[in-house]
Write a new protein. Structure first.
Ligand SMILES: [Zn+2]
Length: 276
């Protein structure tokens, strides 16, 4: 599943390839991807639009056209490929943006869980899915007092708390495991029991992990491949995720896999002691 660093990598690679292109027409082969409007309106509204910029918030991509913004969420398996318009439509290509220069941007999604929605420029952050989202890991707003205000007296495990996009945007399963390992915090720790210094460590580790992942282009775990076959190198840097039975890089204790809130979770049982 693409997480924030992968989506950032997709955004940056798409920017180098398609900025400035003009849409000739859009073919929608599976309309379940399109939300908020009919597929006919969606196609018509995008005709003749010029792609001015691509932005991102959490795992949402914002394609900013001259007079409309397209918000795309890749969910589990969404990918974009740039091909010539005359190339045959491949299996799982559901939305095809044909540009006036004879190229086409193809949205490929084996699971069909991805979404696309049009929004008036300036209203991106009023979208119901986006409005309630917490700050990104690098925002100034993601700090001790903010997290304490979200934690209050909650007994949620810290892992579930960090996966909740309303607390912080863009953290997924892989990165939360890495963050908690670096912070030496057991993922089942109830958030109300975290000390200030542990919360500060979690903030620092979150920023370190996400920045490093962006620098290395994210991970490519499972079938995820960022646009145009750019593969992430961050998977070589994972300290605990998917390393069950391998020695901890700090203390040599074998890494174990547990379940937290239904999610497969990797920890070092020595470095990440359970509290209480
Ligand atoms: Zn260890």
């Amino acid at each position: 599943m693409p997480e924030l660093p992968e989506v950032e990598t997709v955004k940056e690679s798409l920017k180098t390839l398609i900025l400035g292109k003009t849409i000739h027409h859009v073919d929608i082969l599976y309309e379940g991807i399109i939300h908020g409007t009919t597929k006919d309106y969606f196609s018509k509204r995008l005709e003749n639009e010029i792609l001015m910029d691509i932005g991102r918030f959490g795992k949402f991509l914002f394609f900013r056209f001259s007079t409309i913004t397209l918000i795309s969420h890749l969910r589990m398996e969404g990918k974009y490929f740039l091909k010539h318009s005359f190339e045959l439509i491949a299996k799982h290509e559901h939305v095809i943006f044909h540009f006036t220069d004879g190229t086409s941007l193809r949205y490929h999604d084996t699971r069909k869980f991805g979404t696309m929605e049009l929004v008036e420029p300036g209203n991106e952050f009023l979208m119901p899915n986006i409005l309630l989202m917490g700050p990104e890991p690098f925002d100034n707003q993601f700090n001790l007092s903010y997290l304490k205000s979200r934690i209050k007296s909650s007994i949620r495990p810290i892992k579930s708390f960090l996966l909740d996009q309303n607390n912080v945007s863009g953290l997924g399963n892989i990165y939360v495991d890495e963050v908690l390992f670096l912070s030496r915090v057991h993922p089942e720790t109830q958030v109300k029991n975290l000390s200030d210094s542990e919360i500060l460590k979690i903030i620092d580790s979150t920023q370190a992990v996400i920045n490093k992942a962006i620098e290395l282009g994210g991970t490519t775990i499972r079938s995820y491949l960022s646009s145009l076959g750019i593969t992430g190198r961050f998977q070589n840097e994972l300290n605990v995720h998917l390393r069950a039975l391998k020695p901890c890089i700090i203390c040599n204790t074998p890494i174990i896999k547990i379940k937290v809130g239904g999610r497969g979770t990797y920890i070092c049982p020595t470095c990440q002691k359970r509290k209480g």
